[in-house]
Design a protein around this ligand. Structure first.
Ligand code: UD2
Length: 316
């Protein structure tokens, strides 16, 4: 099969791209390397195009010159904080480029089996009812969340209006190898795991924990996320539908730190700070819609962190 992955050099995109190419598929990645890295992907086997998804000429070229079976839209400004700083740029990347790509797909892709847009649990905002179902109240509170929701809606509309086969997913807190811990707004598990690798190297570290550590998230391991993405893309009944991707379980940050301490055998010094403004206290996904497609998560938080941390240590 012929796959296109935008944002395919980033954390989730590269994991998907490498998985598919190892299964013998043909994979094209578009990425401007603003956050992704070519080292993330098997460039000897993957067609890599260094382009920004806003660059209409490059996007036109790719779509005019290829027929894809599956397209995964993963290119985005992934930081909510960034979207608050740069709402217009975020809108161009996270919304306009999606609409333009849907239109290109409609006009050029004759064999397309699915185009899948990746949205976020951010669309639910701070409405407190849990767990979050796909039809729960939507309360986007940031430019990031508004753009994700609008792009998701357009994606599904293209299925209904133009019979372009589309689906969308909402990621909860994805973690795993290649997630970049560089920013303070990086996924908290990538930050914590980096601290533990430093501790094992006898470096002095302190983890800044915003809040009391009792906030919970639905942490979902990258391997389960890839299974879920391929399941949604490959199923007939998911056309025109949106799915939560989570583990369907919640874990507090204190518990996460506990798991790392058990696995590594070292203790993390924690600096408790005031909770971040706008931080939600609790979040987790109802994944029954995804389960109805056949999804069975293989990783709980213990197994996920264990595999993640040992892979990280092996890479050192
Ligand atoms: C996640 C998504 C975000 C958006 C949002 C929607 C990630 C990386 N981010 O944000 O894109 O979809 O969900 O709700 O998946 N924390 C610390 N210390 C640190 C870093 C974080 O205490 O050094 C706390 C943080 O304040 C929060 C928790 O850890 O309470 C999780 O933070 P996060 O940035 O990993 O994820 P989240 O849920 O805020």
């Amino acid at each position: 099969m012929n796959y296109l992955i935008t944002g395919g050099a980033g954390f989730i995109g590269s994991s998907l791209a490498n998985y598919l190419v190892d299964k013998g598929h043909s994979v094209t990645v578009i990425d401007d390397l603003s956050m992704g890295k070519t080292e993330n992907i098997e460039t000897n086997k993957i067609t890599f195009i260094n382009a920004d998804v806003r660059d209409l000429e490059s996007m036109n070229d790719v779509f005019q010159n290829n027929q894809f079976d599956y397209i995964f839209l993963l290119a985005a400004i992934a930081s909510v904080a960034d979207s608050v700083e740069r709402p217009i740029e975020t809108h161009n990347v996270n919304f306009e480029s999606i609409l333009y790509t849907l239109e290109l797909a409609r006009k050029t892709q004759k064999n397309l089996k699915r185009i899948l847009f990746t949205s976020s649990a951010a669309v639910y905002g701070d409405e407190p009812t849990l767990p979050k179902k796909e039809e729960s109240v939507i309360r986007p509170l940031t430019p990031y969340a508004i753009d994700k929701f609008a792009a998701e809606k357009y994606t599904l509309l293209y299925n209904n209006l133009y019979e372009l086969p589309t689906s969308a997913v909402r990621f909860f807190n994805v973690y795993g190898l290649r997630q970049n811990p560089a920013s303070v707004y990086s996924g908290v598990l990538s930050i914590i795991s980096k601290q533990f690798t430093k501790l094992l190297n006898h470096e002095k570290v302190e983890f800044n924990l915003y809040g009391d550590g009792e906030q919970t998230r639905d942490f979902v391991y990258i391997n389960d996320v890839i299974d879920a993405l391929l399941l949604v893309a490959g199923s007939e009944e998911s056309k025109g539908e949106v799915y939560n991707i989570g583990a369907g379980q919640y874990t507090s940050l204190n518990e996460v730190i506990n798991v790392f301490e058990k696995i590594s055998g070292v203790k993390l010094p924690v600096n408790y700070l005031q909770a971040r403004e706008g931080d939600i206290k609790a979040s987790y996904a109802d994944i029954s819609k995804l389960v109805s497609l056949g999804y069975r998560p293989n990783y709980n938080i213990y197994k996920g962190i264990e595999e993640y941390f040992s892979a990280l240590l092996a890479r050192q």
